[in-house]
Design a protein around this ligand. Structure first.
Ligand SMILES: [Ca+2]
Ligand SMILES: [Ca+2]
Ligand SMILES: [Ca+2]
Length: 289
C-alpha cells in the first residue's frame, strides 16, 4: 500500500510541475521574436570610450580639422550610441592620431567589453529609421579646401548579428552619404543612392556585405569587416554635407557599430566613389599595437 500511495503522490507532483512550466505564449510567435539577454550596464571604469560628446568632438575624433568644419549634428540620435575611443581597440583603431569615432546601434561604451555575450543588445531612444529601429547619425557640413577633389575616411563595421543572422531580415548597416540622408527600406534592403561607402559589388556595408568577416574582432562584437576606406569625389572650394549612419534592421536588438577615423582630403584625379579594403586580417599581428 505504501508503494501505491507513493506512486500516486509522485504522479500528482509531476502533473503539477508540468502544468506550472507549460509555455503560456504561442510557440510560433516566440520563434519569430528574438529575446536577447539583458545588456550589461556600462561601467564608469570603462573610461577608454567617452560618451555624451559634442558633435564637434565627434567630428574631431574622426580626424576632421576644425577649420574645415562648418557645422555638425547628431540629428537627435541617442547620445549613448556615439562614443570617442581614446585607446587602441580591435585590430585597427585608431588609424590616425589618438582618438576615433564609434557610432553604435546600442551603447557605444560597450564596444570595449570582453566578448562574453553573443547577443549584446540595447534599444536606444532618440532617432529611428523608417522601420522604427535604432538609427544613429553624425551629419557634417564641411568646407572643401580649394585644391581638393576627394574626401575619404577609414572605417570598419562590427556587428553582434554575425554570424547567425547573415542573410536574414536583421541586416544592420552602415552608410556614408554625400548630400544628406536619403534612404528607403524595404524588408532587409536599404536603398541609399547617395551612399558612397558601398562594397566592391555596390552593396551597402551591412551584415550581408561581400567583404570577408572575422570573428577575431578584439571588441565585444561577434564579427568585423577588414579595415576599409571609403571615398567620394567632391568639388574644390564647395561646402558639402556628409551623413554617417548606423542602423538596426528587423528589430533594435543585436547591436552593430562603425569605427571611423582618418578623415582626409586628397587631390587624387582618379578618385571614385566606394569602399576598399586597406588592411586585412592576414596582417593582423603586424597591426596590433
Ligand atoms: Ca558579442
Ligand atoms: Ca540596438
Ligand atoms: Ca541589430
Amino acid at each position: 500500500m505504501k508503494v501505491k500511495y507513493l506512486s500516486m503522490f509522485l504522479l500528482m507532483g509531476v502533473l503539477i510541475l508540468t502544468l506550472s512550466f507549460s509555455p503560456l505564449s504561442n510557440p510560433v510567435t516566440a520563434q519569430q521574436i528574438r529575446t536577447p539577454g539583458a545588456s550589461p550596464e556600462t561601467s564608469t571604469s570603462l573610461a577608454a570610450i567617452s560618451t555624451s560628446v559634442s558633435p564637434e568632438a565627434a567630428a574631431a575624433a574622426m580626424g576632421v580639422e576644425s577649420g574645415d568644419l562648418i557645422s555638425a549634428t547628431f540629428n537627435g540620435s541617442a547620445s549613448q550610441g556615439i562614443g570617442v575611443g581614446t585607446t587602441p581597440l580591435g585590430a585597427f583603431f585608431p588609424t590616425d592620431g589618438d582618438t576615433f569615432l564609434i557610432l553604435s546601434t546600442g551603447q557605444a561604451a560597450n564596444a570595449e567589453l570582453a566578448n562574453i555575450s553573443g547577443d549584446l543588445s540595447t534599444t536606444l531612444g532618440g532617432l529611428n529609421n523608417s522601420q522604427g529601429e535604432d538609427l544613429v547619425q553624425l551629419e557634417l557640413t564641411l568646407q572643401v579646401p580649394d585644391n581638393m577633389t576627394c574626401a575619404g575616411f577609414d572605417f570598419a563595421f562590427y556587428s553582434e548579428e554575425f554570424p547567425e543572422y547573415v542573410g536574414s531580415s536583421y541586416n544592420d548597416a552602415f552608410t556614408a552619404e554625400l548630400g544628406g540622408f536619403n534612404q528607403t527600406i524595404i524588408g532587409n534592403t536599404i536603398t541609399a543612392p547617395w551612399n558612397f561607402a558601398f562594397d566592391t559589388e555596390g552593396n551597402i556595408i551591412s551584415v550581408n556585405t561581400v567583404f570577408i568577416v572575422t570573428a577575431e574582432t578584439g571588441t565585444t562584437y561577434d564579427g568585423a569587416t577588414p579595415l576599409l576606406r571609403a571615398q567620394t569625389p567632391v568639388s574644390p572650394g564647395s561646402s558639402i554635407v556628409i551623413v554617417l549612419s548606423v542602423q538596426d534592421l528587423g528589430d533594435s536588438d543585436y547591436d552593430s557599430a562603425a569605427f571611423i577615423d582618418n578623415f582626409m582630403w586628397s587631390d587624387d584625379p582618379e578618385c571614385t566613389s566606394g569602399a576598399l579594403i586597406i588592411s586585412n586580417f592576414l596582417f593582423l599581428p603586424l597591426i596590433v599595437k
